[in-house]
Design a protein around this ligand. Structure first.
Ligand code: UDP
Length: 324
């Protein structure tokens, strides 16, 4: 790498993960250029970065991306990422996974930058192998409602490997499993923010299906640490990042109700189409290649996340008994 201060372009920088990545890379001495069209991102997530070596460009990366000056890394994070968002924005989801990935790869090629794509455990679909290793090809319904996201990300991985093999771009693929933490949108529809929002308001907590389907939840700081390690890793193969601690959705709902001291009750709603029945990352590759594994226990991560949503929703602790 050249001897100037490393410079990274992050698409989706105003989103949940993108904004944490931007902040961590600034802390580590990078100059950061953040791009976002704010369709699901929020400038409030990056407002505190303005006085640092951070430039924000409001732009839809399905169109040509022009960046002045050198770029050492391109991190392509732009995409709707919650089931509600990609059901509301199906065409945009397909476009940013396909056209947006093409533009971001084109930028990396032009600048001779390293490239990292945010892929997803959704490439495994409703998995028939458990836990999921990177060698598993997945069980995805291309024409179901989740297909717009799953297939966009599968296409994005294929496009990334084509730029690696044909153009020699040094590319990395991170398959992100369920991640939670501050800066998720309370209404984005994902389980953790939905349950915390409902519990803090003492509303019914909506468990879909029987609640026996499983997920494995990773705290945001662990995920970001893994991504930063992957940026430097000598691999172009996909790497799973997530927390292997698997639990049922009913169990996480109950945990959140207990931790918020809520009077909410569980209510059971229909299971969305093609909702995966199980999900747990095999992180052997990340452990071996990156020396990485998650460190933040669920209750510690939930404590920070609940505190964030309390502030965001303006719901203090005053209504709770003193000993909680
Ligand atoms: N879920 C739920 N209630 C909600 C939101 C989600 O029971 O209000 C379930 C959903 O059906 C899935 C799991 O929680 O089985 C995780 O959903 P999420 O949208 O967070 O992410 P996914 O892993 O499905 O992409």
């Amino acid at each position: 790498m050249s001897n100037h201060r490393p410079r990274v372009v992050i698409t989706g920088a105003a989103g949940f993960i993108g904004s944490h990545l931007a902040e961590t890379l600034l802390d580590r001495g990078f100059a950061v250029v953040g791009i976002d069209n704010l369709s699901t991102g929020d400038v409030a997530n990056i407002a505190h970065l303005v006085n640092r070596d951070f430039t924000f460009i409001k732009h839809d990366v399905t169109n040509y991306i022009y960046i002045d000056g050198p770029v050492d890394y391109v991190l392509h994070w732009a995409s709707p990422a919650s089931p509600i968002d990609y059901l509301e924005l199906p065409i945009q989801t397909l476009k940013v996974g396909a056209l947006g990935t093409h533009k971001a790869l084109g930028l990396a090629k032009e600048k001779k930058a390293r490239f990292v794509i945010a892929s997803t455990s959704e490439v495994y679909g409703d998995p028939l192998e458990h836990p999921q290793r990177e060698s598993y090809w997945g069980n995805v319904n291309p024409v179901g409602p989740r297909g717009v996201y799953d297939e966009a990300k599968r296409f994005a991985e294929a496009m990334t490997m084509a730029y690696h093999r044909y153009h020699g771009v040094d590319t990395k693929i991170v398959r992100i499993f369920n991640t939670y933490g501050p800066r998720m949108r309370v209404n984005d529809g994902r389980a953790v923010p939905a349950f915390i929002g409902q519990a803090l308001r003492n509303e019914d907590v909506t468990v879909f299906g029987s609640g026996q389907q499983t997920r494995s939840f990773c705290y945001i700081s662990d995920l970001v640490d893994g991504i930063v390690r992957l940026m430097e890793a000598p691999t172009n193969d996909p790497v799973n990042l997530g927390n292997p601690h698997e639990m049922s959705i009913e169990a996480i709902a109950t945990t959140i109700i207990r931790m918020t001291g809520s009077s909410s009750r569980l209510v059971y709603k229909p299971l969305p189409t093609d909702d995966p029945k199980v999900r747990q990352p095999d992180i052997t590759r990340a452990q071996t290649l990156l020396g990485w594994e998650p460190r933040v226990p669920l209750e510690e991560g939930l404590t920070s996340t609940i505190a964030y949503f309390r502030t965001k929703l303006g719901i203090g602790r005053s209504e709770l008994p003193r000993d909680l």
